[in-house]
Design a protein around this ligand. Structure first.
Ligand code: PAF
Length: 292
């Protein structure tokens, strides 16, 4: 019997920034291009879709796997965040040999000072997630800026599930003139409509069954948005969640994609999305959908 290709692929795993920096600069001198997929691990099909896109558009894909402590506002959430490096590497091995994994320690990134820098993202950071997760985007800005400095990718890939994060990273790159093209990628969903998330693995069966309600509500909200005001659609969605015994709504907001501010009056020239954060038991799920 021949061994499956999955098992014979080698994967280079770097844990020190100096080592991966040396490797990437040598390869860049040979003309290689680099796509980058930053992750916190617990990889799933959504991540793999980003990796595949990066491999299509670049010679090599770097995947960072790092649970970034400075973006958690809740110590328990940080502690419970899944850490599955061996499984993550096995999964990546099934995709391509042109993947480099960077899995640093907290010290390799923060050098003994595990603190977030303070950023201004022109107000984007105060909307939605910013209202409920204190300091979250300072933590995201800090880690993504450092990772961009270490990996120096040509292109970086982020899922639209974290649409606000994507907008903030585009702003970060613009403000700091970071030479990387940030690419947003469509949300990858399970057949049920539930958006893939590392947190889904922690959902108890009854909550996993109920979680597609989020996408169902977003989809119906999209239909209603054709004829109704943002306020009417928001009130309708809030009522649907109020009737749901398993999902506790934190917010349902229809926002302008440029400013991320809630819509007061619809304009034909603007683009809108509906955003949801809801708890399934103690697990916080987010999702969003383009409305026009
Ligand atoms: O989206 C994530 O997984 C994280 O916020 C990121 C971008 C990897 C930064 O830690």
């Amino acid at each position: 019997m021949f061994a499956s290709v999955n098992f014979i692929l080698k994967m280079t795993i770097f844990t020190q920034k100096s080592k991966i920096q040396d490797h990437i600069s040598t390869e860049k001198l040979k003309g290689k291009t680099f796509g980058f997929v930053p992750t916190m691990g617990a990889l799933h099909k959504g991540h793999l879709s980003l990796v595949k896109k990066a491999l299509k558009e670049n010679d090599v894909c770097v995947v960072s796997i790092f649970v970034n402590p400075t973006q958690f506002d809740n110590a328990d959430d940080l502690k419970k965040y899944p850490r599955t490096l061996d499984d993550d590497v096995s999964l990546l091995k099934t995709v391509s040999k042109n993947i480099l994994v960077y899995a640093p320690s907290v010290d390799d990134i923060y050098e003994g000072n595990t603190k977030a820098e303070q950023f201004s993202f022109d107000g984007l950071e105060f909307e939605m997630e910013g209202m409920f997760r204190q300091g979250h985007f300072d933590g995201v800005g800090t880690i993504v800026k450092r990772l961009f400095e270490i990996v120096t990718p040509n292109n970086a890939y982020f899922g639209e599930k974290d649409f606000q994060q994507l907008a903030i990273i585009k702003k970060l790159v613009e403000k700091y003139n970071i030479p990387v093209v940030v690419k947003g990628c469509e949300i990858f969903r399970e057949d049920s409509g539930l958006a893939y998330s590392s947190r889904n693995a922690r959902l108890k069966p009854e909550y996993k069954n109920e979680a597609p309600f989020i996408y169902k509500t977003l989809s119906t909200a999209k239909e209603k948005f054709g004829t109704k005001s943002a306020k009417e659609v928001t009130e309708w969605a809030e009522k649907q969640f109020a009737k749901n015994k398993l999902l506790e709504l934190e917010y349902f907001i229809i926002a302008d994609v440029e400013t991320l501010k809630p819509v007061k009056r619809k304009s034909k020239t603007k683009t809108y999305r509906a955003f949801v954060a809801a708890y399934a038991d103690d697990i916080r799920l987010i999702d969003n959908l383009a409305l026009n």
